[in-house]
Design a protein around this ligand. Structure first.
Ligand code: LHQ
Length: 258
């Protein structure tokens, strides 16, 4: 199986599972990921996702053995299997945590960058490998990189295709945090469980607001915040959060998404 999906309390763990090829992507894995995202979205008790890779790599991007002899049109068609996954991660109304356990190259790097909170093991590296094989960064690389780390760094990463160590990725803000290798999974699991226990409706609306910010003027964004705050305020989680604060106890938020 190219993908493992495990149910954990409140969240699901999705593991890319072709370790002998550093979890390189192919159409089969893309279809399995697509189905896993859809199933998570349909399960209202699933309140976060954790994405990671089996073995020593996170994901080496497109499986290059499967595109030997592919025509330019074939390459474009292949992306019809991958690009919807990037949009789906952003459209999911639950947080997606990515635990980058090793090398993340090509489309694999950009799959990680599409997630909401990215943790990287100290031994992980991020490689915009595309230039090495005469291609351009896809799967949102040209969109995420300048937004996350600025144009100067984005250009150098994309043009030079050099591995960026996790420590520098964290310093630059490409990822949220670096952890020691042995701490990666425990920390990522604790993070997913913590997010699953939070006010899911508020997190979903926050994700939407942050994603809209890049294209909005400040005035438009303030309007959006007003509209989404009204929706957040109408959810029972808001009243419960305030009550819990006043009663000096942990809040008991809804266990299923509405
Ligand atoms: C692999 C791969 C791999 C197959 C390691 N494929 N076997 C573009 C075109 C159009 C549509 C679709 O999307 C895309 C997007 C893309 O993602 S294009 C970019 C594709 N990825 C790459 O160019 C990265 C290729 N891999 C590497 O540069 C290195 O393997 C990295 C830097 C990832 C890791 O290096 P090492 O740690 O030294 O490992 P390794 O190279 O020894 O790899 C281990 C094994 O995994 C090895 O197999 P073997 O049988 O010799 O043990 C590799 O052949 C295999 N492998 N990446 N993408």
């Amino acid at each position: 199986m190219t993908l493992l999906v495990e149910s954990c309390p409140g969240y699901r763990r999705i593991t890319l599972n072709r370790p002998e090829r550093l979890n390189a992507l192919n159409v089969e894995m893309a279809a399995a990921l697509d189905a896993a995202f859809d199933e998570a979205a349909a399960d209202k008790t699933c309140r976060a996702l954790l994405l990671t890779g089996a073995g020593r790599g996170f994901c080496a991007g497109q499986d290059l053995t499967e595109i030997v002899g592919a025509s330019p049109a074939d390459l474009e068609r292949l992306l019809e299997h991958y690009h919807p996954l990037i949009l789906k991660i952003r459209a999911l109304s639950i947080p997606v945590v990515c635990a980058v356990n090793g090398v993340a190259a090509g489309a694999g790097a950009n799959l990680a960058l599409a997630c909401d909170i990215v943790l990287a093991a100290r031994s992980a590296t991020f490689v915009q490998a595309f230039a090495r094989i005469g291609l351009i960064p896809d799967c949102g690389g040209t969109w995420f990189l300048p937004r996350l780390i600025g144009t100067a760094r984005a250009r150098a990463l994309a043009f030079l295709a050099e591995p960026l160590p996790a420590e520098t990725a964290a310093e630059w803000g490409l990822v949220w945090r670096m952890t020691e290798d042995e701490r990666l999974l425990p920390e990522a699991e604790a993070l997913a469980a913590r997010l699953a226990g939070q006010a899911s409706n508020a997190l979903a609306l926050t994700k939407r607001a942050l994603d809209a910010a890049g294209d909005n003027t400040l005035a438009q964004q303030l309007d959006l915040e007003g509209e989404l705050q009204r929706r957040a305020g109408a959810h029972p989680d808001h009243a419960e959060g305030v009550r819990a604060f006043l009663e000096k106890r942990p809040a008991a938020f809804a266990k299923a998404r509405s």
